[in-house]
Design a binder for this molecule. Structure first.
Ligand code: PBG
Length: 323
């Protein structure tokens, strides 16, 4: 107790503060999401996300040469005329994402490539699976499509496939499809605790994946429910997931911290598009220094229990950590 005990003793100098730091950031902690366009020599800015681009695979591969973060997470952004009711182009082995994956691995075999497995960017209605008569995605037919999509990514050389559709049984279905096709070494990062969040808004502009009627509340988690989130995530562990994810990150640190206590699997946290835009806008408005704000946000996410952080700031963070 005061006056013998003085907490400020250990905070007196920068050296003392560093020595007692409980959490540290490293460049391998960060995963950069990238958006791939069809064709070649294409690049455009995502209007809703200043500083974020969509690029065709050839442009992306040139950029990958200098990337120093731990991994990339690849999202396909097909042209509008390539979409249909069931998202069939997503299942093709010669599709947009498989081609980008094999080009990336050829250029940078050392770069860990993770691929997003979800149909929402490929369906005309923007839902994460083919629709049933009810107008909601049909769980079991989505499983077949997601398994084929994941297998196409594995065949192309993805190190990790990351199902994000929130269909029940998707991890088990993908694990079985990969194993029976000889891809038992491909890992699964499950978007295990993915909430129905307004903070995905800017991403839907980036990936042209805004859902039509109904939103995603019939499959993504309700923001009010932590127990349900942990239960859902632990089911994915039982189904064979190698990594779990909590998404969004900052508004759901309680879920992350609780899941950290409940599982021994590594956990990724996704600092989503809306979180990115808030940090960016605040910096642009002079409310805070961009570097300080971003580093504090990812430190908090790591402290709460994340082993890796998916963030649109990954490249900048790695640069900032070096200086
Ligand atoms: C696709 C998917 C979404 C995000 C990642 N994968 C959007 C959604 O579910 O609507 C969001 C990522 C972000 O906001 O940065 N299912």
């Amino acid at each position: 107790m005061y006056p013998k005990t003085r907490m400020r003793r250990l905070r007196r100098t920068e050296g003392l503060r560093r020595l007692s730091a409980e959490t540290a950031l490293g460049r391998d902690d960060f995963i950069l999401p990238v958006f791939v366009l069809p064709g070649s020599d294409r690049e455009d800015e995502v209007q809703a996300m200043p500083g974020v681009k969509r690029q065709s695979a050839d442009v992306l591969v040139r950029r990958a040469g200098t990337l120093r973060c731990g991994a990339v997470l690849v999202f396909g952004v097909p042209d509008a005329d390539q979409k249909d009711d069931v998202g069939s182009v997503a299942l093709r082995e010669d599709g947009l994402v498989p081609s980008a994956i094999s080009l990336l691995k050829a250029e940078r075999p050392d770069l860990t490539v993770i691929s997003d497995v979800c149909l929402c960017a490929y369906t005309t209605h923007g839902h994460c699976g083919p629709l049933a008569g009810s107008g909601l995605p049909d769980n079991d037919s989505a499983l077949e499509a997601l398994s084929k999509m994941a297998l196409a990514h594995a065949v192309a050389g993805a190190d990790i496939v990351a199902p994000s559709a929130m269909m029940d049984g998707q991890v088990l279905a993908i694990r079985e499809a990969l194993d029976s096709a000889g891809h038992s070494h491909t890992a699964i990062l499950s978007y295990a605790a993915k909430f129905a969040s307004v903070f995905y808004g800017p991403f839907r502009d980036a990936a042209h994946s805004t859902p039509g009627a109904g939103g995603r509340q019939s499959y993504q988690l309700p923001p009010s429910n932590r127990r349900e989130a942990v239960r859902d995530a632990l089911l994915d562990e039982q189904e064979g997931a190698d990594w779990l994810m909590v998404k969004p990150a900052l508004p759901y640190l309680d879920v992350l911290a609780e899941l950290r206590r409940e599982t021994r699997l590594p956990i990724a946290a996704y600092q989503v598009s809306g979180e990115y835009v808030m940090l960016k806008r605040g910096a642009q408005d002079g409310l805070w220094d961009e570097r300080d704000a971003v580093l504090e946000s990812v430190l908090a996410i790591k402290r709460a229990g994340a082993d890796a952080i998916i963030t649109y700031y990954a490249e900048e963070i790695v640069r900032w950590l070096d200086n």
